[in-house]
Write a protein that binds this ligand. Structure first.
Ligand SMILES: [Zn+2]
Ligand SMILES: [Zn+2]
Length: 239
């Protein structure tokens, strides 16, 4: 017997056809991307630099070991179709795009963090006001999808205490100041002695993730490793 939820889903796709999360073309319900994007869009290949998430051969970072984050990884560079897809997600409010990114992040985590036993997945939170303005937290959707794919529980353990200027609007040197003291751990018991997979959408300087990880470590987490949907293209001189 066909289950009721499949009928509902089929009806949903008749009204709102499923679209390729990268280019927006209509695709079959069981696919996530169209054949063109599947061929063209480049995923980040291992080995990667765990300090900046770029491929080893493209890494130009001079980063020191991060005191709070053990590693950063990401399946895509923030460019081309991937970049416009993130834009559609955040500003066009195309919520389903976050689910597709969540799947990509999960499969990348499986390879890049092979052998790591995570106790918990969590994500960079929004304030109530920011949440209401968008109607969803795209990073929470990504984290939930990863949780389902990886079989690791996802919990909201961080809260955002104040509104901040968008990191994008600030020069790099002002970004850690902008998020300083902005986050707190709202569920301390959940983080104690835990190895945590922390996620966000875009990695540039890592200031937001580092600030969140700092709070998790202060509240007793054992280790924090990060994953983002995308990472900025490496720039600057090769070491
Ligand atoms: Zn496509
Ligand atoms: Zn690097």
């Amino acid at each position: 017997m066909i289950e009721f939820k499949y009928i509902v889903q089929a009806l949903k796709y008749m009204v709102f056809p499923k679209r390729c999360y990268l280019c927006g073309r209509v695709i079959a319900p069981e696919e996530d991307e169209c054949p063109v994007c599947e061929k063209e869009v480049r995923r980040i290949q291992l080995p990667v630099c765990y300090r900046c998430a770029a491929e080893k051969e493209r890494c130009r970072c001079k980063k020191h070991r991060n005191r709070f984050v053990t590693a950063f990884v990401s399946p895509f560079y923030y460019t081309g179709k991937v970049k416009s897809s993130i834009y559609r997600l955040k500003f066009g409010k195309e919520r389903d795009i976050a689910v597709s990114f969540g799947k990509e992040m999960a499969s990348f985590v499986r390879k890049a963090y092979e052998g790591v036993k995570f106790d918990l997945i969590t994500y960079v939170p929004m304030t109530e006001k920011e949440y209401l303005a968008r109607g969803f937290n795209q990073v929470e959707i990504m984290a939930d999808e990863m949780s389902e794919n990886l079989g690791i529980p996802c919990r909201k353990v961080l809260s955002k205490l104040y509104e901040t200027k968008s990191q994008r609007s600030l020069k790099e040197r002002y970004r850690s100041g902008n998020v300083l003291g902005v986050f707190d751990v709202c569920d301390r018991d959940a983080v104690k002695n835990k190895t945590i997979l922390l996620c966000d959408d875009v990695l540039t300087t890592g200031a937001t993730l580092t600030e969140c990880a700092k709070m998790l470590m202060i509240r007793g987490a054992r280790e924090v490793m990060c994953v983002t949907a995308v990472v900025g293209i490496p720039k600057g001189k090769r070491r």
